[in-house]
Design a protein around this ligand. Structure first.
Ligand SMILES: Cc1cc2nc3c(=O)[nH]c(=O)nc-3n(C[C@H](O)[C@H](O)[C@H](O)COP(=O)(O)OP(=O)(O)OC[C@H]3O[C@@H](n4cnc5c(N)ncnc54)[C@H](O)[C@@H]3O)c2cc1C
Length: 433
């Protein structure tokens, strides 16, 4: 999210040789997660209860219960909040030297770093690769950084350290970019100006752990304490990912990597505890206990079927007109066989092809809890005149009380065609749809 709000060019995320903007990268990640059944809610979690099982997660909009939780709320870079900070943000002022330092606007320029700890000294050393000279602005009379870092800074001729110095504002050029800083001596109060094209905050981050820190062990600064170098926290079943526990690397790729560790850890935990529930047996797309509306159940079921069949998970409306992507070129029906549960399909074809486009329709079931051979759903397929589409319904993939019954359809049609069709559930013995 830092990448969305700050809108930086991300040049160091693998797979994007030309670079990618933060919002574009986030959008691609979101779509990829949704393609695999994730349901995203853009709202703040206000309260959690990790003392009960399943865990309770509350936002302003909903209450979700989950057997496992991954915390990934990140850390917010601290800012000085000088009056003109917003004016020059991303136009000379930045909170990430590693990310923004290589930008052409800083190349060969005078730069400043605010702070005297390990982060600031590391940033100052790093920026000497790009800037002409780096000014380290330290508020106190000595640096708080480790001895090794202090020595490296002092030994570097490209860095000047200004002690007892604070920045109280900044000014810019006619193009609206930063061109200098207003400084004040913290001992004498004397003010001065320093001409720089870049100012980088190296004054730390605040981890966003406040709303759960009563349950999960955090260090003195609020960072989540990780067990065994993995993703586990002090609460079994609660995992952490990204900047929330990472005080060292703090990059998008390292956050993504630790997100992967957390996801695999959560799955292993659920498996070990016997809590892993296959998505086609229950509702896909939400944690256990989540309030699943019929609409969401259908949407999740439809996506699941689309993925299973390798087709594009098209939004399918029961009884609505469904756009279907072009069928595979020259589809050849293979393994023609009757589905085990035939049901009643009007204009029945029963042709299960290996190619074509897979879509699905989900139906919510309240009762009975099990299917029987005579649980009949009647589907009517129609396609525009001349489209020449053949449709077939395949398996019932899941049917438990309160779950979705999912029918998968494979459509075989002429090469290159892109017709619409209508799938209507005309009747069902469940009487609930
Ligand atoms: C200006 C800037 C430029 C950067 N450029 C780069 C770069 O070029 N390359 C690079 O690799 N890294 C870059 N980074 C670092 C990178 O953005 C982070 O390391 C990475 O985003 C961390 O990911 P995360 O998922 O841990 O946290 P974040 O991306 O910060 O995501 C945390 C999310 O949790 C949400 N959240 C917090 N509290 C709650 C709550 N109570 N309820 C619900 N949601 C909540 C936040 O809104 C946010 O969406 C940059 C950072 C900044 C600030």
């Amino acid at each position: 999210q830092s990448l969305v709000w700050n809108d930086p060019e991300v040049e160091n995320f693998p797979g994007f040789p030309e670079g990618v903007t933060g919002p574009d990268l986030m959008d691609k990640m979101r779509k990829q997660a949704e393609r695999w059944g994730a349901t995203l809610h853009t709202e703040d979690v206000e309260r959690v209860d990790f003392s009960v099982r399943p865990f309770v997660i509350e936002s302003s909009e909903r209450v979700v219960k989950a057997h496992s939780v991954i915390l990934a709320t990140g850390a917010t870079a601290k800012r000085l909040k000088i009056p003109s900070e917003e004016t020059f943000w991303s136009r000379g002022i930045s909170a990430c030297a590693i990310c923004d330092g290589p930008s052409p606007i800083f190349k060969g320029e005078e730069l400043a770093v605010v702070g005297g700890g390990d982060t600031a000294t590391e940033e100052a050393l790093y920026l000497t690769k790009y800037g002409k000279h780096v000014h380290l602005l330290v508020r106190g009379e000595k640096m708080k950084a480790s001895k090794e870092m202090r020595n490296r800074v002092v030994a570097n001729k490209q860095i000047t350290t200004h002690y007892n110095t604070e920045c109280y504002d900044a000014f810019g050029n006619a193009k609206g970019f930063l061109s200098g800083l207003n400084l004040r001596d913290t001992k004498t109060g004397e003010t001065s100006k320093l001409a720089v094209k870049g100012m980088f905050y190296g004054i730390g981050h605040s981890p966003n752990s406040g709303f759960f820190s009563q349950y999960v062990e955090c260090d003195d600064l609020g960072y989540v304490v990780i067990k065994d170098g993995g993703a586990g926290t002090s609460v079994p079943g609660v995992f952490s990912a990204g900047d929330l526990h990472d005080t060292e690397w703090m990059q998008a790729i390292t956050a993504a990597g630790s997100g992967c560790m957390a996801a695999i850890s959560a799955e292993r935990y659920l498996g070990t505890e016997g809590l892993l529930v296959e998505r086609d047996a229950v509702d896909a797309g939400a944690g256990a206990g989540a309030a699943m509306t019929p609409k969401r159940k259908r949407a999740a079921a439809v996506k699941e079927v689309g993925h299973r069949l390798g087709g594009s998970p098209t939004a399918v409306g029961v009884g609505g007109v469904v756009p279907v992507a072009a069928a595979a070129a020259s589809p050849s029906p293979v393994a023609v066989k009757k589905p085990k549960k035939t049901g009643t399909f009007k204009g029945k074809k029963n042709t299960l092809g290996s190619s074509g486009v897979g879509v699905g329709v989900g139906v919510d079931v309240c009762s009975p809890a099990t299917t029987t051979d005579d649980s009949v759903f009647t589907f009517t397929f129609s396609s525009p005149p001349g489209a020449g589409f053949a449709a077939s319904a395949s398996a019932i993939l899941g049917c438990a009380s309160g779950a979705s019954v999912v029918f998968a359809f494979t459509f075989l049609g002429p090469s290159g065609s892109s017709p619409s069709f209508c799938a209507r559930i005309a009747s069902s013995s469940f009487g609930n749809r």
